[in-house]
Design a protein around this ligand. Structure first.
Ligand SMILES: Cc1ncc(COP(=O)(O)O)c(C=O)c1O
Length: 486
């Protein structure tokens, strides 16, 4: 019953935003449930009810007890931010048939600053007190949250300061400055940057906005879930990338509020599985994580948010992790098949589908948000190479051939005859144990597909029996030439 009311209220609010229809439904819900007039904003503390946001420390934005975000918060946020946020398209993918599922991509990389983070940022800025809007806000972020706050702070006239770690991408630092934010590049990593930002918040009366855990951030992110249900009403599942957990929590509240039967699945990078660690412990715990080790740098949060975790608990069906090679492959597939440039953090959900980690979604209608597109061109180039390697379209091998005239030509002729294109070639003579008239050649070739790569491998094995090392693990020092006299 409650779900039907949520649905009716949400639809009425969208059609008649200024009318009292939505409010009437809400009031009816409140009365019938014997709850106060704005249940989602009030929580019981001791014997009385207080506004839950009043429990937040005004400087740190944190509270002693986790604050749960409710459906009412999300639908209110949708109305609040409707003018400043793009309603991004949610379109069926041409890969649906190949992957044997009705797959829809919600294209959040098309937001002004290239990510969904704008939803939470705008909602939070709009909910600041008049006084705080004048004083301004501060956040520690290496990327999308900083960009989102900078852009919407400028739009709404709220001063924004961001502290970005020393390893933050230059492109993101300069984009924040372009949007008028005061940018401090300080701190070896996000944890250090946060400590610096909190000190500055205290000293200057700024409000610290946690990009994955502030309750108003969570309800803003949840608006993505509302749009998904509106755009693909008969969906079976939503698969969501997980960093600090704010997006997962917000979307879960929104989607389950309208369609409790829809599966909500979270996907982390296996190099930073902090949400699964929290699930195992029953509360957020800090894990070892190094941002520079994962292509999904935006997801590298060593401890998930306590509000996010508490809100998501019981609403999320499962959380899994995906490996780096499939993250790279997902970036490549989206470029080739969807003409979409999506960053590592934004593709983990799709990477899990590509990796075959979600067989239960076969023949189902599945929505995946492509959460962000802010990727440095140099990193993109590397991701494409790694994606090609993971796809079996870039192969590397080491072969020992004759160093007499024509020895290397014979090798390249063979490759040419097979239609394999040489990308890199490197000769090594000094450390060979075999005949002085032999040379080791380390080669990277481009092939059409995995099958073609196997054909090239077989032809090389035939030509150079015992002298070929094929594959990813063939480091030069591992090569022992079994056959001498070449
Ligand atoms: C592109 C992208 N996708 C997904 C996420 C995950 O969001 P959350 O930290 O709320 O879990 C982030 C977080 O920064 C992100 O930048």
């Amino acid at each position: 019953m409650q779900i039907i009311r949520n649905l009716i209220k949400y639809v009425l609010d969208k059609i008649f935003p200024q009318s009292c229809f939505g409010k009437k439904i809400a009031a009816m819900t409140d009365k019938e449930q014997k709850k106060p007039s704005s249940p989602s904003n009030l929580v019981r503390v001791g014997s009385g009810l207080v506004n839950k946001l009043a429990l937040l420390n005004p400087v740190t934005g944190e509270s002693d007890e986790p604050i749960l975000v409710g459906f009412e918060d999300v639908s209110a946020a949708a109305y609040r931010i409707r003018k400043g946020i793009k309603k991004t398209p949610c379109e069926r993918s041409s890969m649906s048939e190949t992957l044997n599922m009705d797959l829809y991509f919600k294209k959040e990389y098309l937001q002004h600053t290239g990510s969904f983070k704008e939803r939470g940022a705008r909602n939070t800025l709009l909910l600041l007190s008049k006084e705080q809007k004048k004083k301004g806000v501060i956040a520690a972020s290496a990327g999308n949250h900083a960009l989102a706050l900078s852009y919407h702070g400028k739009d709404l006239g709220v001063p924004v300061t961001v502290v970005m770690p020393l390893n933050a991408p230059i492109m993101k630092i300069s984009a924040c400055r372009k949007h008028g934010a005061t940018v401090h590049v300080n701190g070896a990593d996000l944890i250090e940057s946060k400590e610096i930002a909190l000190k500055m918040a205290k000293a200057n009366g700024l409000a610290y906005i946690n990009g994955y855990d502030h309750p108003n951030i969570l309800s803003g992110q949840g608006t993505l879930g509302l749009e998904i249900v509106e755009e693909v009403p008969d969906l079976d599942a939503v698969v969501i990338p997980v960093g600090g957990g704010g997006l997962l929590a917000g979307v879960a509240v929104a989607v389950k509020g309208l369609r409790p039967d829809v599966q909500i699945i979270g996907v982390e990078s296996e190099r930073c599985a902090s949400f699964q660690a929290a699930m195992a412990a029953g509360h957020p715990v800090k894990i070892e994580a190094n941002q520079s080790l994962t292509l999904a740098d935006g997801l590298c949060v060593s401890k998930v948010g306590s509000n996010a975790f508490a809100t998501a608990t019981g609403m999320v069906d499962k959380v899994i992790s995906v490996s780096e090679d499939f993250i790279a492959l997902a970036i490549l597939r989206l470029i080739e098949e969807e003409k979409a440039v999506v960053e590592g953090a934004g593709v983990t959900a799709f990477a899990a589908v590509l990796a075959g980690l979600l067989p239960e979604l076969q023949a189902k209608k599945v929505v995946i948000p492509l959460c962000g597109g802010n990727i440095d061109s140099t990193v993109l180039g590397r991701c494409i190479d790694r994606g090609l390697a993971a796809d079996g379209r870039l192969c590397r091998f080491i072969v020992t051939v004759s160093d007499r005239p024509g020895g290397i030509a014979e090798l390249t002729r063979l490759l040419a005859s097979m239609g394999a294109s040489v990308k890199d070639i490197f000769h090594e003579r000094a450390w060979l144990m075999s005949s002085v008239f032999s040379v080791q050649i380390k080669v990277v070739v481009e092939v059409r597909d995995q099958q073609h790569g196997l054909q090239v491998k077989e032809a090389l094995e035939l030509q150079y029996p015992d002298n070929l090392l094929w594959g990813l693990d063939s480091g030069l020092k591992d090569l022992t030439c079994k056959k001498t006299g070449i």
